[in-house]
Write a protein that binds this ligand. Structure first.
Ligand SMILES: [Zn+2]
Length: 135
């Protein structure tokens, strides 16, 4: 998989975070006048706030968030509702979407398993929050 392949966004954990981000971005561009890179920055700040409040690991970097918006605008990736929870999730545009079940309604058996130590995760999050505050 290439470093910035669209396939990265369809892995279980990246897909949950990328879907959260793209839903925030879609809300901001639909209901405010914020556009382009400003919309990506504001959406990313809200994504980081959500990650911090819920004590989650930051999975989506700002660069990937920017790439994600490019993939959606160029219709390589698109958003489709889950038939079970009605949440909107990222999929490949060429995938069959009529019966999509999201990764939260159908969690893979190895989902979220990581060898990364907890302390390292906390340090990464603290750096991410400091970066976001400096923007
Ligand atoms: Zn679902």
């Amino acid at each position: 998989m290439l470093p910035y392949s669209e396939d990265w966004f369809t892995g279980w954990q990246p897909n949950m975070h990328a879907s959260l981000f793209i839903n925030i971005h879609s809300y901001i561009t639909r209901y405010t006048k914020v556009r382009d890179i400003d919309a990506v920055i504001k959406s990313y700040q809200l994504y980081l706030e959500h990650i911090e409040v819920n004590c989650l690991q930051r999975i989506l970097s700002f660069t990937r968030a920017w790439m994600l918006v490019r993939f959606v605008e160029s219709k390589v990736l698109s958003v489709t509702p889950c038939v079970k929870c009605s949440g909107n999730f990222l999929v490949h545009s060429l995938d069959i979407k009529s019966n999509h079940v999201c990764g939260l309604c159908h969690v893979p058996s190895r989902a979220g398993k990581t060898k990364r130590p907890v302390q390292e995760v906390v340090e990464v999050q603290e750096v991410a929050v400091k970066e976001a505050c400096a923007m």
